[in-house]
Design a protein around this ligand. Structure first.
Ligand code: HEM
Ligand SMILES: *[C@@H]1O[C@H](CO)[C@@H](O)[C@H](O)[C@H]1NC(C)=O
Ligand SMILES: *[C@@H]1O[C@H](CO)[C@@H](O)[C@H](O)[C@H]1NC(C)=O
Length: 481
């Protein structure tokens, strides 16, 4: 898929806005302020084209490296129609993330809110956000994973891997597992034709995120809006059924139940529409992210045979103590130190959420500069993760780096794949568990080779170009154990 046409259209649309902002920037208000250094370049298109061409190449890092070298780790650039302060500095990022709601607030374009729905966690603010964030976190915390989710996860991963023979498109399989698991977690539904149909609509919906957000100019966007309506209708039926069940006193232990029982905004509970938006956005948030990370883990491991061998050893040892079909238990999950290093290293090197956008609510002083009120800020998690000063040999896959340093606060302060502060990813622990259980069954049951060469791409999101096709072969467990 070529994204250059939609983006150039997007630029066209943003020109008037960008001109306005440029004039604002030049306005007297900013004359006394010390802005972070940088080149605003051409006022209209700014550095957007350089950014896009860098991220379309095999090596996007120089775009940031060059600017950091010229201006330092906090600089101003002008992308997507707005002056934007870019931070590649861990302390500044932490400051930005921690001051969510006080000095900064998250800022998503309306194209995203149209697709995820107004009542999603992503778009909530203030006290409602705080309450719903903690509710979401409480449905993906250690206790829930231990008591419920680990078993579901084990079963769903097994079920999916049972069907693997010959050529397998890893990204597709990872998406299927992730989706089925999230549906189970949110509303206790097992995989069936209904969930698979829902997933097909979801794929169309997600494609809408990466195109020009106008139904007039983009078929993809039109299709996405349509898919959103269908997904919302399907979810609404589930919510209605469950509301009736809940009133009869039949309670399930899942996210939907918690939403049905919550007092809602005004004290008399959430409406069906609010619940649907909330669930829909949760499905979006965990779907691409977790499945892409699974795929990258396999790619990195395949290219690092020593790491793969050590991982196999760890999981074979766990499996050797259990029967072939015995479910993974919490203590098994807690005895995978090398796996946790592989997971961390994949999250670091992959950095698939490359950073988070915020907007300054007031003039904010950072590192001796002032970020003017209303300006966009991009806290780049990726730039910190790939900085050689932070991580030795930062751009290569080295899971062993986590072994000596595990627990070292220095390293963990620099490592923020799930963001931080009040909007830190509520699915973080869950994503780690998904990756670990997936890797366990993958390496104990299969060996594989890549089916063809498949490179990383970085635009519009980080992933592999072809979804990492592999040829799998079942391992003969009786010989290896
Ligand atoms: C490897 C997988 C994942 C990565 C790298 C990831 C990363 C992130 C990051 C960086 C944020 C912060 C965004 C911001 O501050 O603006 C975030 C937020 C969020 N994530 Fe994840 N995530 C992953 C998996 C998941 C899963 C499995 C779920 C589902 C339970 C999930 C649900 C969410 C939600 C709902 C938010 C919004 C939180 C808020 O705004 O308060 N994520 N994620
Ligand atoms: C710790 O680091 C040293 C030097 O970098 C390395 O030789 C050693 O193997 C590492 N230890 C572990 C347990 O990985
Ligand atoms: C991996 O990162 C998490 C923080 O996200 C940390 O708590 C954990 O100790 C790290 N694991 C290892 C093996 O370093």
């Amino acid at each position: 898929m070529d994204h250059s046409i939609p983006l150039s259209l997007y630029l066209l649309f943003s020109l008037p806005l960008s001109l306005l902002l440029f004039l604002l920037v030049r306005s007297s208000r900013h004359r006394g302020l010390r802005l972070p250094p940088g080149s605003l370049s051409f006022p209209l298109v700014g550095e957007t084209l350089q950014l896009i061409s860098a991220y379309k190449s095999q090596n996007p890092e120089p775009f940031i490296d060059n600017r950091v070298a010229r201006f330092g780790q906090v600089f101003t650039t002008h992308v997507f129609g707005e002056p934007t302060v870019f931070s590649a500095d861990a302390d500044t990022n932490r400051f930005i993330l921690q001051n969510e709601g006080k000095l900064f607030e998250s800022s998503y374009p309306s194209s995203i809110s149209n697709l995820v729905g107004r009542h999603s966690l992503l778009l909530m603010k203030g006290s409602l956000h705080r309450r719903m964030h903690s509710l979401t976190t409480s449905f993906a915390n250690f206790a829930i994973i231990k008591d419920h989710l680990l078993g579901d996860l084990d079963r769903l991963v097994r079920l999916n891997l049972d069907g693997w023979t010959g050529r397998v498109l890893l990204m597709d399989e990872a998406k299927k597992i992730t989706f089925e698991f999230t549906v189970k977690q949110l509303m206790s539904l097992d995989p069936c034709e209904w969930t698979e149909n829902l997933r097909k609509e979801y794929i169309l919906l997600i494609e809408g995120f990466f195109t020009i957000p106008s139904p007039l100019f983009s078929n993809t966007y039109r299709r996405a809006i349509h898919a959103r309506r269908k997904v919302a209708e399907a979810l609404k039926l589930v919510v209605r059924d469950r509301r009736r069940e809940s009133e009869r006193g039949e309670r399930k232990k899942d996210m939907l139940e918690a939403l049905l029982e919550d007092e809602g905004r005004g004290g008399d509970g959430f409406s069906d529409e609010e619940i649907v938006d909330f669930l829909l956005a949760l499905l979006v948030a965990g779907y691409e992210t977790t499945s892409t990370t699974m795929t990258l883990a396999v790619k990195f491991l395949t290219e690092t045979p020593l790491a793969l061998a050590q991982l196999k050893e760890e999981h074979d040892a766990i499996r050797a103590k259990k029967g072939e079909s015995e479910t993974l238990q919490w203590n098994d999950y807690k005895s995978m130190p090398f796996t946790q290093s592989v997971v961390n290293e994949t999250l670091r090197l992959g950095s698939i959420i490359s950073g988070v956008f915020r907007r300054a609510i007031m003039d904010v002083d950072v590192k001796g500069y002032t970020i003017p009120k209303g300006w966009k800020v991009f806290a780049s998690l990726r730039a910190v993760h790939l900085d050689h000063d932070n991580f030795k040999d930062a751009r290569s896959f080295d899971p062993w780096r986590w072994q000596n340093n595990s627990g070292s606060t220095d390293l963990l302060n620099l490592f923020t794949p799930f963001g931080g502060g009040p909007r830190r990813c509520p699915g973080a622990e869950l994503a780690r568990a998904e990756l670990s259980v997936f890797l366990h069954h993958l390496v104990t049951r299969f060996s594989w080779v890549p089916a063809e060469e498949d490179k990383l791409v970085f635009f519009p999101t980080t992933r592999t170009q072809k979804g990492y096709p592999i040829i799998v072969q079942r391992r003969d467990m009786s010989r290896t154990l």
